[in-house]
Design a protein around this ligand. Structure first.
Ligand SMILES: C[S@@+](CC[C@H](N)C(=O)[O-])C[C@H]1O[C@@H](n2cnc3c(N)ncnc32)[C@H](O)[C@@H]1O
Length: 484
């Protein structure tokens, strides 16, 4: 239909006949070429290896396609643990869900039968969905669909029924597909038109069409950009913001049949993260709650107020910065859950419109970076630079929230001359923000295990003196959020 954008071709990234080239890569000769390209990519000898392979009679476009896969597989290792066995296009990899994000969200479909993965791409989500469900995979780009089926088959055996029997693939426009016999739908609209990235609320197919899928199937999840304006969330739907460590990656909207909260902030933790006690492997933590009221400072997140009256959350107090500062994860800020986090860690707002939280205890939380405040002052570059120099540090970091200014330029001005740096010394973070609506600088260092132990001792002493927080509050704050 003329109002629908055309399916992409892959000229320039795959070869003139992408499907034929893909088929050729799947042959034993193709596998040899892929192995040679991977080895050459690893040791930086692509040019020489390419000449050798072409001189040996391999078609130049096939050699080029093998080298393109080697490069994409190396990049894809950040998202997929077995990237070396998968196939990608450049656009498909860029838009693919990571293995961990996909597995986290696939769990929301637990208990349902057959699913539809609409806009399958190269199969980032399909891999996780097909691990537990029979799946109808639909994409109008035949190359993406072929790669997705291959990837699911190579990594998962194609689904729980073995072989590729668990995945039924359909090369079609998702708007032309019957959802009869489907219990749940996951849809991940394209967010790029050719080389251009679409704005945060745009997608192909459009979000409004995706939300309308509930007319046919109750359980619907829609992946969208992390910058999606929350006003676009339909009533009764949940929105989840997902960050990989501190990098905000995506938002996902769940229809009322799948929703379990109004807002959710999810953090995929790094393997070394010690903020949650327990095993040291990679984990996922998630925080849910009612959103903070929207203020006039949305880009910085307006923390804490909660709802006034009506039995809603108690508003956070506003106080000057304390001994510690929590810098919430971007997923928490975007989800409007800074107030929820503040109540969890016993913190307060340092300004009514800024998403940094003050606290007098360095509680470990996976939802924020915790800093110890060493000094604070009105923000004046020269004064702050002098204080940083006197502190005798090894490295400098600058965080800005609620103030204008080029962070890199300010960091250069605050950085002590090399002769004043202490080799191997501690890192100082200068937090530029607003306090009492004034530009303010907080000179901070990372919280150490010793700080936490010291705090625990002080809390014990306080308990003995009989003025500590009631145990239920302290336990709640330490117990932290649900994990999955
Ligand atoms: C964001 S990617 C999907 C990524 C996928 N979830 C993954 O993790 O690999 C979007 C895909 O939607 C497909 N697409 C866009 N509009 C479509 C439509 N109307 N019908 C079918 N597929 C469509 C594109 O070809 C592209 O492969």
């Amino acid at each position: 239909m003329s109002d629908r954008p055309a399916a992409p071709d892959h000229d320039g990234e795959q070869a003139a006949r992408p499907l034929a080239t893909f088929d050729a890569l799947l042959t034993p000769t193709g596998a040899d070429l892929l192995a040679a390209a991977a080895a050459a990519h690893a040791d930086g000898t692509e040019l020489r290896a390419g000449s050798r392979l072409r001189a040996a009679g391999h078609p130049p476009d096939l050699v080029a396609a093998a080298f393109a896969q080697a490069e994409l597989r190396a990049r894809a290792a950040a998202k997929f643990s077995q990237a070396e066995r998968m196939f990608f296009t450049r656009a498909g990899l860029e838009q693919a869900s990571s293995e961990r994000a996909a597995a986290h969200r696939a769990a929301r479909f637990a208990g349902l039968g057959r699913l539809a993965d609409l806009c399958t791409g190269i199969g980032g989500d399909l891999l996780a969905l097909a691990a537990e469900h029979p799946v109808l995979a639909v994409d109008r780009d035949p190359l993406h669909l072929r790669m997705a089926v291959h990837n699911a088959h190579a990594l998962r055996g194609g689904g729980r029924e073995g072989g590729s029997g668990g995945v039924e693939a359909l090369a079609a426009d998702v708007r032309d597909v019957s959802l009869t016999g489907v219990d749940g739908v996951f849809v991940d609209p394209a967010r790029r038109g050719g080389e251009r990235r679409m704005s945060a609320g745009a997608g192909e197919p459009p979000l409004a069409w995706c939300f309308g899928l509930t007319e046919w199937v109750e359980a619907v999840a829609v992946k969208a950009a992390p910058g999606l304006p929350v006003e676009l969330v339909p009533p009764g739907w949940e929105i989840e913001f997902v960050a990989d460590r501190r990098g905000l990656k995506e938002s996902v909207l769940f229809s009322p049949a799948l929703a379990t909260a109004s807002r959710r902030a999810t953090v995929l933790l790094g393997p070394g993260d010690r903020s949650v006690p327990g095993t040291t492997g990679p984990r996922v933590v998630t925080l849910t709650g009612e959103p903070d009221p929207v203020g006039d400072d949305r880009d910085h997140g307006r923390p804490g107020g909660g709802h006034s009256g009506g039995g809603g959350p108690v508003p956070l107090p506003v106080r000057p910065p304390g001994e510690y500062l929590f810098d919430p994860n971007p997923a928490v800020t975007r989800a409007g859950l800074v107030g929820t986090l503040g109540r969890l860690v016993g913190g307060w707002q340092i300004d009514p419109r800024i998403a940094f939280l003050g606290a007098d205890r360095p509680l470990a939380t996976p939802f924020a970076r915790t800093l110890r405040v060493e000094a604070e002052m009105a923000f004046d570059v020269r004064r702050v630079a002098a204080a940083v120099r006197e502190a005798g540090i090894g490295a400098l970091d600058v965080r800005r929230r609620g103030l204008a200014g080029d962070v890199d330029a300010i960091r250069r001005r605050l950085m002590p001359a090399r002769r004043h740096l202490v080799p191997g010394g501690r890192t100082m973070t200068v937090v530029m923000t607003r306090v009492r609506d004034e530009p303010w600088a907080l000179l901070c260092t990372d919280v150490t295990q010793a700080d936490r132990a010291d705090q625990a001792d002080r809390a014990d002493a306080a308990d003995r003196a009989g003025w500590a927080d009631p145990p239920d509050r302290a336990a709640g704050a330490r117990g932290g959020p649900a994990r999955d």
